[in-house]
Design a protein around this ligand. Structure first.
Ligand SMILES: CC(C)(COP(=O)(O)OP(=O)(O)OC[C@H]1O[C@@H](n2cnc3c(N)ncnc32)[C@H](O)[C@@H]1OP(=O)(O)O)[C@@H](O)C(=O)NCCC(=O)NCCS
Length: 181
């Protein structure tokens, strides 16, 4: 996989996806992707929209972390638009062998097998970078994401009662873990 130029894949419904590293030119499209997710109240941790300057800083930091081997991140493009983002962030100190995964896909492109494809590639790269354990946190009612994570071998490792709040409602958070060594 050539991560600078990217590599093409075909999702299960035939959608052609380009997976590649982020570059600083992606800030605006990444900002739009995040802000759309925030607007739809998608089951993700963040609830605040980002502005262009914040996202530019964020992308700059992400590129530095990728170079330092402390982050794996791919963007997915379809139909010449950025439609997905996945990252595995290496933890610090005595948890350097652990990576925390986050993924999001634009609404119209969900349920086409793109999430599975992105996760498989990111996990493959994480293993290459020496990450042994991948963890993630998911809203307990995010059935689609949980289905996908279980399918890829993640196991429930913990339940945090009421640690997430959206639109005035409290939600449980499930911690999942996969050993990839
Ligand atoms: C969660 C997410 C990353 C998954 O990516 P995706 O491309 O939609 O996932 P895939 O198409 O690869 O797989 C989805 C699977 O869930 C299944 N699914 C869909 N809705 C479901 C539901 N309500 N309950 C159970 N399974 C469901 C699909 O059938 C598919 O399984 P299959 O391949 O066995 O048929 C994506 O939907 C997304 O970005 N959602 C919004 C943000 C989010 O939830 N991010 C994760 C935060 S932890």
């Amino acid at each position: 996989m050539d991560l600078q130029k990217g590599t093409f894949y075909k999702a299960k419904d035939g959608t052609i996806i380009l997976l590649r590293y982020p570059s600083k030119n992606d800030s605006i499209q990444l900002m739009n992707l995040i802000n759309e997710l925030v607007e739809e109240h998608a089951p993700i941790g963040s609830n605040a929209k980002v502005n262009r300057k914040e996202e530019e800083e964020h992308v700059k930091k992400a590129i530095k972390e990728i170079k330092e081997k402390n982050r794996i991140q791919f963007l997915a493009e379809a139909d010449n638009n950025l439609i997905g983002n996945i990252q595995i962030k290496r933890l610090h100190g005595k948890s350097m062998h652990v990576g925390e995964l986050g993924i999001s896909i634009k609404k119209e492109y969900r349920d086409r097998g793109i999430g599975k494809l992105m996760m498989n590639q990111a996990l493959k790269y994480a293993r290459k970078e020496g990450i042994k354990i991948v963890t993630l946190s998911v809203f307990a009612n995010n059935y689609r994401a949980i289905h996908l994570y279980k399918k890829l071998g993640f196991k429930k490792a913990g339940l945090l009662k009421g640690t997430l709040k959206d639109k005035g409602r409290y939600f449980d958070e499930i911690i999942m873990l996969k050993n990839i060594s």
